[in-house]
Design a protein around this ligand. Structure first.
Ligand code: TXA
Ligand code: MG
Length: 323
């Protein structure tokens, strides 16, 4: 595996060729780092599953360079999905739409729908466009972490998570740290109205205002497969306690208005929700590096980006229904 820092256009072309040749390329997006493979190459995609240690029936998001590629991968696209794509792509939003013949079972986990996203990160967009100029149609990419672990927000995290599982011709592109810091909003576009399957930086409020009168169903769908819906996910090694007063020797993640009690290891003190999302996963990783047994997290308010942050905090603690 080769790590390329601040890739030049020539190095991005080399990465596009590596994808085309069936190798894996980890790359930055604005949300988290992705582990990419040619989405039409079954063998390359199967390596994603083995490198991540992820069950085969968990579908992958296909990354495309623009809304123009949408109809390659999807069919029966609802009007509201086009509206959302026009409004929020490139950006931290994944749309689940009925699949075209191009989206094979090895991408969709055998479901008749596919997740699609145009990321908003310069290295990712350049990689997608160079890959397309070689005839590529899309890059399948889950978060570049072992199954169930915390998503990576820097190339160092990718090396820590997956370094030992890569092969010599696989690449990691270092495009700096991620500007959003938590995974994309996933929106189910299979029904008459959309529903949010995984909250993210494209918030319920933003989606509702983009769609005007159209009804947005915020309820999680129970029968659609998304590994983010497993009870324990995005988990560090430390035990996570939510809204619990920290004891000496424990870690604390909370907005900067909360003071750090004496003897407590402060892992993150964000000034606002955006900073909270950007720093959350790095703070969880730091807690593990410091071998903390317990990390206490004060949840932010449950609106706007706070909804997604609380979702990830609950998943990291294994207490999806905690308050
Ligand atoms: O921000 C993100 O979405 C990042 C970056 C790399 O784009 N990707 C990401 O992928 O978080 P992953 O695989 O770690 O999480 C995507 C989630 C998984 O829980 C997967 O099961 C679900 O989306 N998913 C993908 N395609 C789906 C589909 N067709 N139907 C239902 N869920 C789907
Ligand atoms: Mg993931």
């Amino acid at each position: 595996m080769e790590l390329i820092n601040n890739p030049t256009l020539d190095e991005i072309k080399k990465a596009a060729k590596a994808l085309n040749d069936g190798h894996l390329v980890a790359f930055p997006t604005e949300t988290v780092y992705g582990l990419g493979a040619d989405a039409t190459n079954e063998e390359a995609v199967s390596r994603i599953y083995s490198v991540k240690g992820r069950p085969k029936d968990h579908p992958l998001i296909v990354h495309i360079s623009s809304i123009n590629q949408l109809s390659n991968w999807a069919r029966d696209i609802p009007e509201y999905a086009i509206k959302l794509a026009k409004e929020f792509w490139p950006g931290p939003m994944t749309l689940i739409i009925k699949r075209s013949d191009l989206a094979k079972d090895f991408i969709t986990g055998g479901q008749d729908n596919v997740g699609l996203r145009v990321p908003n990160q310069p290295v990712a967009l350049a990689l997608l466009s160079e890959f397309e100029s070689l005839g590529g149609l899309g890059i399948a990419a889950p978060s570049a972490n072992r199954f169930g672990a915390v998503s990576p927000t820097s190339s160092n995290d990718v090396v820590d998570e997956l370094g030992e599982y890569f092969q010599s011709e696989d690449l990691i592109l270092n495009g700096g740290s991620c500007s959003v810091g938590i995974e994309s909003t996933i929106i189910n576009c299979l029904g008459d109205s959309p529903s949010i399957l995984r909250p993210g930086a494209i918030t319920h409020e933003m989606i509702s205002s983009a769609l005007g009168n159209e009804k947005l169903n915020a309820i999680r769908s129970g029968n659609i497969r998304a590994s983010g819906n497993l009870d324990k996910h995005y988990s560090p090694k430390a035990k996570i306690l939510i809204n619990n007063y920290p004891k000496k020797g424990e870690g604390l993640i909370a907005l900067d208005s909360v003071e750090t009690p004496e003897g407590v290891e402060r892992l993150l003190a964000p000034a606002n929700l955006e900073e909270y999302a950007v720093g959350l996963y790095e703070a969880l990783r730091l807690g593990d590096k410091l071998n903390l047994l317990v990390i206490n997290i004060y949840a932010p308010e449950n609106n706007d980006l706070g909804v997604a942050i609380i979702d990830r905090i609950r998943k990291s603690s294994g207490q999806l229904n905690a308050n």
